[in-house]
Design a protein around this ligand. Structure first.
Ligand code: DOR
Ligand code: ZN
Length: 356
């Protein structure tokens, strides 16, 4: 942390200056939705890893190239912002596609969605064995695999899906590909924290702001809150505490990935509501609040701005941002194509304000 008075001065005017963060897990959608939401991230982050679960998904480097152009046109106002593209892994992704991806210089990872695990995962992987030649190529060329770590059996309790994924899939995957770089995405449990902590340096994890700030009571007590529904679903308080311990531990394996996943108001407030929270409009402010709650602001910069770049083998950003401990009220909604989006904390306050 380059400049802060938070340790000596806990007043309302405290500021915190840190290296500009990156978002290592972001959903930007496409079309009008993309135009509406991409600038929120470009305003605060140097780079973002862009999820490929569009409909149809981004499965080739060619598609990733076109999608990147659309993102760059949506973020023209912030020309320094770099969208780092990913490919959507299917049962049929050919190993040669990995060569193309590396050659392009614009694809930074491949995303594994177990088929049926989440939004637009129908084309995802049904059997990891089918992907072994492609994973072999990724291991050889150093292209990271980003994992949505949940099993999908109908008879597995939704709160246990991450833990069982570790036991039934991830342990074997890391044994079969000991030098494949893997990011266990948006981890939500103490089990995942332990797994990542005890694994080799090839294994890291992203953690969202919403999983640091909320537990499952925030979704289910006093009425169902559809805007607090995401996947992996919010867990019990002991798991939230384990995530907080992980991000404030100084362990370089954990880094920021918002999983900001916008859906229209109509698709969230629905008898079969979509999974995802929209947090990109205040990503770093929400993380600052989570770290501040446990008096650990000194650990924020490493988590938000250093660890991810280190894992991906990229330089850290050269710009800085400044946050102020000053409350502001979140708009009740933002425009999103021909509908609205309800942001996290809609109409409520956030304790930190991004100044520049
Ligand atoms: O809550 C989520 N929303 N989790 C995911 O894994 C996907 C995402 C989305 O794309 O909506
Ligand atoms: Zn996601």
């Amino acid at each position: 942390m380059s400049q802060t008075d938070h340790l000596s001065n806990n007043t309302a005017s405290s500021t915190l200056t840190i290296i500009q963060p990156d978002d290592w897990h972001l959903h930007l959608r496409d079309g009008d939705g993309l135009m509406a939401i991409a600038p929120f991230t470009a305003r605060q982050c140097g780079r973002a890893i862009i999820m490929p679960n569009l409909s149809p998904p981004i499965t080739t480097t060619l598609q990733a190239n076109d999608y990147q152009k659309r993102i760059l046109s949506a973020t023209q106002q912030y020309p320094k912002f770099k969208p780092l593209m990913t490919l959507y892994l299917t049962d049929n992704t050919p190993p040669d596609e990995i060569d193309q991806a590396i050659k392009s210089g614009l694809v930074f990872a491949v995303k594994l969605y177990p088929a049926g695990a989440t939004t637009n995962s129908e084309a995802g992987v049904t059997d990891l064995k089918k992907c072994y030649p492609t994973l072999e190529r990724m291991q050889k060329l150093g292209l990271p695999l980003l994992v949505h770590g949940e099993v999908t059996h109908a008879n597995t309790d939704i709160f246990d899906r991450e833990k069982i994924f570790i036991e039934q899939r991830l342990i074997k995957l890391t044994q079969d590909f000991p030098e494949l770089k893997i990011v266990f995405e948006h981890i939500t449990t103490a089990d995942a924290v332990d797994f990542v902590t005890e694994s080799s340096s090839f294994i890291a994890a992203t953690i969202t702001a919403h999983h640091l700030l909320m537990n499952r009571n925030d979704m289910l007590v006093g009425g169902i809150k559809p805007h607090h529904y995401c996947l992996p679903v919010l867990k019990r308080e002991t798991h939230r505490e384990a995530l907080i311990t992980a991000v404030t531990s100084g362990n370089k394996k954990f880094f920021m990935g918002t999983d900001s996943a916008p859906h229209s108001q109509k698709n969230k407030e629905n008898s079969c509501g979509c999974a995802g929270m929209f947090t990109a409009f205040a990503a770093i402010e929400l993380y600052a609040e989570a770290f501040d709650q446990v008096d650990s602001l000194e650990s924020l910069e490493q988590f938000s701005s250093l660890n991810g770049a280190l894992f991906y083998g990229l330089k850290v950003n050269s710009d800085k941002i400044t946050l102020q401990r000053k409350k502001w009220t979140v708009p009740t909604s933002y425009p999103f194509g021909d509908d609205n989006i309800i942001p996290l904390r809609s109409g409520q306050t956030i304790n930190w304000t991004l100044l520049s």
